[in-house]
Design a protein around this ligand. Sequence first.
Ligand code: PLP
Length: 390
Amino acid sequence: MSDQTAGFSTRAIHAGQDPDPLTGAVVPPIYQVSTYKQDGVGGLRGGYEYSRSANPTRTALEECLAALEGGSRGFAFASGLAAEDTLLRSVARPGDHAVVPDDAYGGTYRLFAKVAEPWGLAHTPAHLGDLDAVRAAIRPGETKLVWAETPTNPLLGIADIAALADIAHEAGALLVVDNTFATSYLQNPLALGADVVVHSTTKYAGGHSDVVGGALVTAKTVAVPGFSDLDDRIAFHQNSMGAVAGPFDSWLVLRGLKTLAVRMDRHCDNAETVVQFLSEHPRVSHVLYPGLDSHPGHAVAASQMRRFGGMVSFRLRGGVEEALAACKRAEVFTLGESLGGVESLIEHPGRMTHASVAGSVLEVPDDLVRLSVGIEDISDLIADLEQLLA
Ligand code: PLP
């Protein structure tokens, strides 16, 4: 069941997950297996020969991911960064160039700066909210990728996906969108012209902080000449590089996806109340949330997102010391990295998730605190914020 006319949650619960033909089990089994019996040499059952190449539990997840993004094909990986690395090597060659967000997730930037750059893929950070800056960063003939993240981690910047798709395609480049923060429930970049969507399924897709995974989903029609075989290239690299999602991890993400829509609506409800509370708090100097009218990307976010998500960042008038103290005092919010799970998390990006970009153009303010607003009772979340900011 991957019918695009079915609603989001119907696809999340059924796409790629027909009941098991042998037993009728309504949940795809965890095929914890590395190899498959062949009926004579080359006589594969269902096309399965070795679990790095394909595994039925991973296939179920990959079909579901493609259905949720409205894409051609899904690919599941061992982590978000494994998905990104596989994509870069599938579509770029040494000598090529990429435009990257000037406030990308720190690990993505580290991949470009410390792994892809020495391999030969140059990059230019650009402020994606400024389309002229993106045009200026493109190197005609060399730029093969425009990489977008929207909203960004941790500054909640917004990029106009349709406008970036036009700019990328005019330059003969692919538009890649990291949709981790928004999720396929709140935003569908492929429908807006993107060529590939990236997810850290570790986050909202898995949703329970119990799995690390990543995904790529390709567009049905890739708008850039020379990339028409994108699905085959990624499939080749996924198998050749081997950073695939294992059967149990695939199963956990698949289970998470079933409740994505209901979780996201609750994340959004709670985040909206948290934003209102923080906006009125005397110790808070700025609240970063695309749902605020005052956010510079609000109109674009409203046009391309169903709602504005569960991630909220804020800055403290008292500077870094107050930001660190607030993180330490948290009780219901757990002090920790990652995001997108049912439990609320708090962190200091400058010293934690984004420490790897310290000293680069992507360095984040040291008075910044990031919240992943979970789905607990909102009264308990507000009470915790009250005490940790007191
Ligand atoms: N993209 C974004 C927006 C992220 O926040 C992260 C991780 O925090 C990643 C990609 C990388 O994903 P993973 O940690 O699963 O490798």
